[in-house]
Design a protein around this ligand. Sequence first.
Ligand code: NAD
Length: 263
Amino acid sequence: MQKQTSLKDTLAVVTGGGSGIGAACSRELAQQGARVAVLDRNSESALKVAQEFGGLAFECDIADDEKMANVAQLIEAEMGPVSVLVNCAGIVQGRAGVYDMPMRKWDEIIRVDQRGTYVSCISFARAMLTRGHGSIVNIASVAGIRSMPLHAYAPAKAAVISMTETLAAEWGPSGIRVNAVSPGFTRTEGMVAAIEGGFMQASAMTSTAALQRLVEPAEIARAVIFLASSASSAITGINLPVDCGWLAGAGWSAYGGLPALRR
Ligand SMILES: NC(=O)c1ccc[n+]([C@@H]2O[C@H](COP(=O)([O-])OP(=O)(O)OC[C@H]3O[C@@H](n4cnc5c(N)ncnc54)[C@H](O)[C@@H]3O)[C@@H](O)[C@H]2O)c1
């Protein structure tokens, strides 16, 4: 990918940067010349990713507002002003019937995926507001756009899309952009393990996607780079699906599915 120089030497923070989509975003930001702080509740995996490109790793729970405020201050003190925040940390939910999921589990998913994303935004935006610029990208999901049997995760991701709009309007006058990327089914380590363990079926996810395949983590990262950088300087408050056309193709199952390959 061509270097977008607006990210060169800027400081970017990636939550959930220790694995999957967050790790891919951390690597792509570093590739673009940004200095990257990798945040994760798993300090070992955060450190492993950060060491690949000479970044710094920080252990955190994104839903803990007091600790996140401290981590944000610490990063600004140790590394300098944060210009880009990418919120990837999240808990992915498996299918569960309404009465099969304990409320404790429901609370934890809402706490991390919804509250945590909000807490991270407000923790890092505080200093961005004093400087009058910054770009935040929240990782939502196609589950926040279309119904899925994920009774905590899907509403939490819909909330991420909504808070992206509300915060974009709140902070736009102060020079901060807030956008979301909604991945479709993505071939992360976790997804591969779910497929190999028989919890997810690859063909069920790909047969309704226009491009007939899973998304690669690096493809999410490239969309994040676009929204984080000045290449998208007039864009705020949007939700960009990166889903291999899953949203476009999902409704076709009622009509016998997508057409066969044509040559
Ligand atoms: N993989 C997919 O198909 C897919 C699809 C749509 C959306 N997403 C979203 O993308 C994001 C990344 O997902 P992934 O598939 O890469 O998952 P992942 O499990 O590989 O990565 C999530 C990371 O977040 C960290 N994390 C979890 N809770 C945390 C907390 N409270 N504080 C700090 N760090 C925490 C984990 O330790 C992990 O490193 C998530 O928000 C997920 O909902 C994933």
